[in-house]
Ligand binder design. Structure first.
Ligand code: IMP
Ligand code: MG
Length: 180
């Protein structure tokens, strides 16, 4: 489907089905346990809101981190700065890091490393999208929604210049269009 500037990559039903599937897998893996779900702002907030409601039979608590990469280029420099850190200690906890997309993997590698130094029981990663062709770090996700080709996507939390996060679908941004 083409909407002019956007090509829909994942529709709302596909998204919903995948989030449910991920929630079920996480519920199985952490049944009867405690889990701290950590969302990486801002991109992960919509996915995380849907995901945590599909996690059942697990004592879930939530926190958020906000990081920014140095430089404004879409190509991550790999240098990441923590803009907002967790509110509590994660010592001895099962942590699930939730991201919107893994591109080069440098952001998550940095965050995971930072969390591992705080003595958690474990840190696992759940990313809604994955662009494996662009990976520049060894970080591996434990739960992945969809692997997608190397295209710039927006919607379902993902932005282009802070726009389009509220779009309920995941769309490929047409680079030739004039995005107002
Ligand atoms: P990484 O460090 O290269 O893995 O960067 C991951 C971050 O870059 C994600 O959390 C997004 O904020 C952003 N990003 C990467 N690819 C896209 C995209 O296609 N659309 C929107 N944001 C993206
Ligand atoms: Mg992000």
């Amino acid at each position: 489907m083409h909407t002019g500037e956007f090509e829909v990559l994942l529709g709302t039903e596909e998204i919903q089905a995948k989030v449910k599937e991920l929630g079920e897998a996480i519920s199985r893996d952490y049944a009867g346990k405690e889990l701290l779900v950590v969302g990486v702002l801002k991109g992960a907030f919509i996915f995380m809101a849907d995901l945590v409601r599909e996690i059942k039979g697990v004592r879930v608590t939530m926190d958020f981190m906000d990081v920014s990469s140095y430089g404004l280029s879409t190509l991550s420099s790999g240098e990441v700065r923590i803009m907002k850190d967790l509110e509590c200690s994660i010592e001895g906890l099962n942590v699930l890091l939730v991201e919107d997309i893994i591109d080069t993997g440098l952001t998550l590698a940095y965050i995971k490393e930072s969390l591992m130094r705080r003595g958690p029981k474990e840190v696992k990663i759940c990313s809604f999208l994955d662009k494996p062709s662009r990976r520049r770090s060894e970080v591996a996700a434990d739960y992945i929604g969809y692997s997608i080709p190397d295209e710039f996507v927006v919607g379902y939390g993902l932005d282009y210049a802070e726009k389009y996060r509220n779009y309920p679908m995941v769309c490929i941004l047409d680079p030739s269009a004039n995005h107002k």
